[in-house]
Design a protein around this ligand. Sequence first.
Ligand code: NAP
Length: 498
Amino acid sequence: MATATTTTQICRNFINGRWVESRSTRTAERRNPANLDEIVGVSPVSTREETREAIAAAKNAFTVWRDTPAPIRGRVIAKAALLMDQQKEELARILTREEGKTFKDSLGEVIKSVNILEFMTGEARRIGGETVPSELPKNFAYTIKQPLGAVAVITPWNFPVCIPVWKMAPALVAGNAVVFKPATITPLTAAKVVEIFEQAGVPAGVLNMVLGSGGEVGDELLQHPDVRAVSFTGSNEVGSELYAQGARRMKKCQCEMGGKNPLVVLADADLPLAVESAVFGAFASTGQRCTATSRVVVEEKVADKFVEMLVERTRKFKVGNGLDPGVDMGPAVDEGQFKTDLKYIEIGKKEAKLLLGGERLSGPGYDRGYFVAPTIFDHVAIESTIAQDEIFGPVLSVIRVRDFDEALHAANSVRYGLSSSIYTNDAAKIFEFIDRIETGITHVNSPTVGGEAQLPFGGMKATGIGLREMGRVAIDFYTELKTVYIDYTGRRRESTIY
Ligand code: NAP
């Protein structure tokens, strides 16, 4: 049995402006999924009591933060953008060691987070309502957006920099105080992100982080009456229950959940371009993106050619430790996800035709990590399990269809609705697709993955409920709208507004 390396970091909570050791005796150990001999961090499994302390700190800090002018709040976010940019390589390395994605993907995630911070800095000077004419003479009517109070941010492991940033930045800019609960398996990355906000000058109590389990820390955030809103990204299983419980407590909730994103290839498509996008969308980040391409829907006329090119290109995809140069795809994030990938691969072998992969990778460089071969199934039926369930691994299903209408039907025949793309140069079909595809984000002749800071991000159907994230609309979730009527005559006795 190999011994664990000693680069272990002990993680602490961040409560009321101080890094504090948890009083809990329970801990969670995090190992590098590319090399299980390397313990990258040990984090506390914090208690409900500690979560309540963080909530109290946020509630208290809110009273001052809400009265800080929004452009001044924005300066903290601007500084965080600068600091994150300066520390991007260090942060990306922590992310790769902890989550497993390639260094290039990690760096891309950090740069996107900097973009979000820059965008939200500008929004600090633009938070506003609208001024509209009143029905009454000499009456001034307008709306304002006001912060909520203490809000909770609960995030998954797959984008442990970007997702916390795209929630915390608008929450803070809008004047809220945040309690952040990151995924248990990415505590180091979360701590580094919080450290950057601390360095940027976020006042004590305005941003707090509690490390611990969803069932305890997450649940306390959901149950506590002083938490006014919960922004959650993660699985449907957790998100749907969280939303139901939040509704019972009249708590504002926003849940962004799973995806099963289709990439449609019509007969006139630029096939090399579509192949490149399918491979990148399906296997980069080990398929562990909510926007990953998990289904290719291809017109029968070009299906054989497309599939041949797809397999040939995927064979060149290099799998390994994400810190090694030239690696395109890292391991599954942990044992649970690794087993899920292999379970679905076995189901796929019964349901469809295996073209490539279909196994765990073994040998030097692979044996001590959770490496799964990029896997492609062909002749996948629309209703089959591998075409319906979110696998969240490097498994791509090819669904063959007769024509555009059948392609659209196949693309929409899942419960999820996050992202989609279509490859064609037929303008009529492009616009028809945009009209009828049931996803919150759609791409034309570009991959299903990604999203820009200044544009809304989120899904339809079972993927998302609540307001969209990112873009200008992100502020809306973290604010209440107040409608104001001012009668500046000061003399009217009877109201004529009904
Ligand atoms: P998850 O298991 O649902 O966990 C997400 C977060 O919720 C974690 O911090 C988790 O804590 C916490 N949690 C678990 N149980 C909870 C409870 N009872 N109450 C409150 N919080 C609780 O999801 P995941 O495996 O980390 O992430 C993968 C999923 O996220 C995939 O389905 C993916 O599609 C989805 N995702 C969606 C988007 C999007 O924008 N649509 C983006 C990225 C990822 P622990 O870590 O302690 O369990």
